[in-house]
Design a protein around this ligand. Structure first.
Ligand code: AHG
Ligand code: MN
Ligand code: MN
Ligand code: MN
Length: 320
């Protein structure tokens, strides 16, 4: 059992990424360096969260830490953060081949009560690092090279995909290292949990309303699903990944594009879901096929176990 073997043969996240890179002879170690700077940002936030920093300070602080860590890595040229209205173009002397899109602190309404929050990120490789343009990040999510999140919960968990499956690492605070604890995560094919803000139900569209009704009053003799909703996307998606089921932030009459942001919320989580054997759907198409036209664009999202998302797709199909 891999987790057991690594109790003495520690598979740190750096070792894992170096192993992955050795399969690509053309790689120069840039990705490993970039990732270690993201990991540093996550360790900082993890430590700040456990000290009980206030919401406002923690939001701004985390963003600053990530921006500075990413710029100083020398491996990035464009950064898109949920906290910044405009993208950061890295100064020429510090430019590298990667664009990073991120939500430094997701679930911010949960900070002050100590409920799990997280950081979400996605990484693109740019065509021209000397003349980078915004188009480099206005690409469909399927073009991402890697995506992941770090959850600051009862422990600090880093979940990563570089396009060859999904792996989970847990921070060992005494070592200051993320150690592989959840190798090759696969989401159950079907789940028993649905996760949604039901307070928006009066404004939902037909298929969403029908789907949630089906979760509560199944007509095929199966048991109703349980409802779990934390209100931190990272925590809700993490549970969905491990236990199976579905997470949705649908469109409603007030927010026709839902709430969640395409680049740094919808895409990275959809990438992880597909890599774990699940699906991610917008109500119209495969989420990773979306082509964003602005960096803070929103989209409805249904993601999770393959069979559960399949049911949502069928309801939208039946509509048109
Ligand atoms: P953020 O804290 O980065 O602004 O994101 C909050 C998001 C996401 O984490 C969560 O899934 C969603 O907001 C919850 O929204 P509701 O409170 O509308 O349910
Ligand atoms: Mn967020
Ligand atoms: Mn945020
Ligand atoms: Mn926010």
């Amino acid at each position: 059992h891999a987790a057991e073997a690594h109790r003495t043969d520690l598979m740190t996240i750096t070792r894992y990424v170096l192993n992955e890179q050795s399969k690509h002879p053309e790689s120069r170690g840039d990705f490993t360096i970039l990732l270690s700077h993201i990991v540093l940002g996550c360790k900082f936030v993890c430590s700040a969260v456990s000290k009980g920093e206030e919401q406002k300070k923690l939001d701004v602080l985390s963003n600053e830490v990530f921006i500075k860590a990413l710029v100083s890595s020398g491996r990035t040229c464009i950064l898109v953060s949920e906290e910044d209205e405009v993208a950061t173009f890295v100064e020429p002397s510090k430019r590298g081949r990667y664009a990073v899109v991120f939500d430094p602190l997701d679930g911010s309404s949960n900070i002050d009560c100590g409920v799990s929050i997280g950081t979400i990120f996605g990484i693109y490789m740019v065509k021209d690092s000397q003349e980078p343009t915004l188009d480099e990040v206005l690409q469909p999510g399927k073009n991402m090279l890697a995506a992941g999140y770090c959850m600051y919960g009862s422990s600090c968990t880093f979940v990563l995909s570089t396009g060859t499956g999904v792996n989970g690492f847990t921070l060992d605070p005494s070592l200051g290292e993320f150690i592989l604890t959840h190798p090759d995560i696969k989401i159950p094919k079907k789940g028993k949990i649905y996760s949604v803000n039901e307070g928006n139900a009066k404004n939902w569209d037909g298929p969403t309303a029908k789907y949630v009704e089906k979760c509560k009053f199944p007509k095929d003799g199966s048991s109703p699903k349980s409802l779990r909703y934390i209100g931190s996307m990272v925590a809700d998606v993490h549970r969905t990944l491990l236990y199976g089921g579905i997470f949705l932030y649908p469109a409603d009459k007030k927010s026709p594009n839902g709430k969640l942001r395409v680049l740094y919320e919808v895409f990275p989580m959809s990438f992880l879901m597909e890599q774990a054997g699940g699906q991610a759907f917008t109500g119209k198409q495969r989420a990773l096929d979306l082509v964003p036209t602005n960096i803070h664009e929103r989209s409805p999202i249904f993601l999770g176990s393959y069979d559960d998302v399949e049911e949502v797709k069928a309801l939208y199909d039946a509509e048109d």
